[in-house]
Design a protein around this ligand. Structure first.
Ligand code: HEC
Length: 167
């Protein structure tokens, strides 16, 4: 009787083990196929920020040759560097995230938060006035949110993006 019990136990135990091993393989397989289907979305704002962070802060030169090299590098950088912020990007979301959100996302310096109630009185002024105020500065908001390299067009696009957020 006891031997019979042991036999049944060992059989069931082995079956359980085999089942678990198969289950493990199924999980691994499912996980791999889900991973294969994932499309990792690229965040353009983060990519631009990363590239900006990687820019050299300063150069070192020694002697006349070094000086000439440094000047050539500086001239090349000046020619390549975009005059306009964020490479002239006209992506309202990107500009907002990088130049406006620091105040408007948290209400810093009394900046109107991105909720409809905070904008009720302001919207009545019309888009042109809002854009002009954002360009010239208003109250505690510095001209262009402190980013002088933002073009008028970029300000207009980011204001439009902000107003879209309110709806
Ligand atoms: C340093 C903080 C700060 C930054 C950065 C900032 N703002 Fe503001 N913004 C404010 C404050 C404060 C006000 C409210 C000013 C007032 O009415 O006294 C304001 C108000 C505004 C208004 C309403 C103006 C009006 O006429 O009522 C607009 C539009 C605006 N900001 C757009 C922007 C845009 C676009 C950016 C990014 C390019 C930006 N802001 C970046 C602080 C900031």
């Amino acid at each position: 009787m006891s031997a019979e019990h042991d036999r049944i136990f060992i059989r069931n135990f082995s079956l359980t083990l085999v089942g678990l091993v198969i289950f493990t393989f199924i999980i691994v397989f499912v996980a791999r196929s889900i991973h294969g289907q994932l499309e990792l979305s690229e965040n353009p704002a983060r990519e631009t920020a990363r590239i900006e962070r990687l820019q050299p802060v300063a150069g070192v030169w020694a002697g006349e040759t070094g000086r000439a090299a440094a000047q050539a590098a500086a001239a090349a950088a000046a020619a390549a560097a975009p005059e306009i912020a964020f490479g002239g990007s006209l992506d309202g979301a990107l500009i907002y995230e990088r130049a406006c959100a620091s105040c408007h996302e948290v209400g810093a310096a009394g900046a109107p938060l991105m909720v409809a109630s905070a904008w009720a009185g302001r919207l009545e002024q019309g888009m042109d006035t809002l854009v002009a105020n954002a360009i010239n500065g208003i109250g505690a908001m510095p001209p262009r949110g402190g980013r002088r390299d933002l073009s008028d067009e970029q300000i207009e696009i980011s204001v439009a993006y902000m107003l879209d957020m309110l709806e």
